[in-house]
Design a protein around this ligand. Structure first.
Ligand SMILES: NC(=O)c1ccc[n+]([C@@H]2O[C@H](COP(=O)([O-])OP(=O)(O)OC[C@H]3O[C@@H](n4cnc5c(N)ncnc54)[C@H](OP(=O)(O)O)[C@@H]3O)[C@@H](O)[C@H]2O)c1
Length: 250
C-alpha cells in the first residue's frame, strides 16, 4: 500500500471529489480526517470507511472560520498524532451574475471559501509539516482557474488564485520536504453540478464543451489526487494537473 501509516486532512471530505479522494487514500492505507460544515455527509462517509476496515474521523466546521480551522487541525493531530497530507478541496460555486452584479457577500462566500479557505488550512497545517520534516498538499482548483467563464468571475478568480497559491507554497517550502501540487478538473459529476445536470439543455451544453463528449467522475479526480500525494510523484512540486476531457485545448 502506498500510504500505509499516513494521515490526511481532507476539506469537503463528505461529498463528491473529497469523498472519492478519502476512499482512494484509505484504500492505500491512509487514515483520514474529514472536515466540512454539514455533519451528516461527513458522518456517513466516515461510517462507510470504517465499515470497509479503514479509519476516518468527521470534524465539522468551516474553512472560512479561523477557529474552526485550528480546531480541525488540532483534532486531527489529537486523534492520529500527526498530519502528513492535506487536500484543500472544499469549495462553493456561483454562476450567473456578471462581475458588476456581484456583491461583497458573494466575494466573501466564493473567494473566502475557495481561496482563503485553502490559505487558512494550509497556514495552520504547515507548522505540523515542518515539525514532521515534510508533508504533501493537493489543492483542488479548476479549469475555471485557467480559462474564463462568463458569469462565474469570482469562482474563476478564486480558482486561478489557488494555482498561484500552490506554486508559492511549493517554492517556499521545497527545501523542507513539503510538496504542493494542484489539480484542475473541468466539469465533474457531483452535487456541485446537480442543478446543471438535471436540466437537459444545460447538460447537453456541458457535455458539448468537453471534446471527449463527457464530464468527469469524482473517482477519476481522486486517482490523480492519490498519484500526487504518493511517492510516485516524490520529485513533483508546484505542478498543475489539468483533467478536462480536452476542454481547455480549444
Ligand atoms: N464538480 C465540478 O464540476 C468541479 C470542477 C472543478 C473543480 N471542482 C472543485 O472540486 C471541489 C469539490 O467539489 P465537488 O465537485 O466535489 O462538489 P461538492 O460535493 O459540493 O463538494 C464541495 C465540498 O466542499 C465542502 N464545503 C463547502 N464550503 C465549505 C466550507 N466553508 N467549509 C468546509 N467545507 C466546505 C462541502 O461540504 P459542506 O457543504 O458540508 O461544508 C462539500 O463537501 C470544489 O473545490 C470545486 O470547486 C468541482
Amino acid at each position: 500500500m502506498k500510504l500505509e501509516g499516513k494521515v490526511a486532512l481532507i476539506t469537503g471530505g463528505g461529498s463528491g471529489i473529497g469523498k472519492a479522494a478519502a476512499l482512494a487514500l484509505v484504500r492505500e492505507g491512509a487514515k483520514v480526517a474529514l472536515f466540512g460544515r454539514r455533519a451528516e455527509p461527513l458522518r456517513a462517509t466516515a461510517e462507510e470507511i470504517r465499515k470497509s476496515g479503514g479509519e476516518a474521523s468527521p470534524i465539522t466546521g468551516s474553512v472560512a472560520n479561523d477557529k474552526d480551522v485550528i480546531n480541525a487541525v488540532d483534532k486531527t493531530v489529537e486523534i492520529y498524532g500527526k498530519i502528513d497530507i492535506l487536500i484543500n478541496n472544499a469549495g462553493v460555486g456561483l454562476v450567473g451574475p456578471l462581475l458588476h452584479q456581484t456583491t461583497n457577500d458573494d466575494w466573501k462566500l466564493i473567494v473566502g471559501t475557495n481561496l482563503e479557505g485553502a490559505y487558512r488550512v494550509t497556514r495552520a497545517v504547515i507548522p505540523h509539516f515542518l515539525h514532521n520534516n515534510g508533508g504533501v498538499i493537493v489543492n483542488v482548483s479548476s479549469t475555471a482557474g485557467m480559462i474564463g467563464l462568463p458569469g462565474a468571475s469570482l469562482y474563476c478568480i478564486s480558482k486561478a488564485g489557488m494555482i498561484h497559491f500552490t506554486k508559492t507554497v511549493a517554492l517556499e517550502y521545497a527545501k523542507q520536504g513539503i510538496r504542493a501540487n494542484c489539480v484542475c478538473p473541468a466539469a465533474v459529476d457531483t452535487d456541485f453540478l446537480a442543478p446543471l445536470i438535471s436540466d437537459e439543455k444545460a447538460k447537453e451544453w456541458l457535455y458539448s464543451i468537453h471534446p471527449m463528449g463527457r464530464i468527469g467522475k469524482p473517482e477519476e479526480v481522486a486517482k490523480a489526487i492519490l498519484y500526487l500525494v504518493s511517492d510516485d510523484t516524490a520529485w513533483v512540486t508546484g505542478s498543475v494537473l489539468t483533467m478536462d476531457g480536452g476542454q481547455t485545448l480549444q
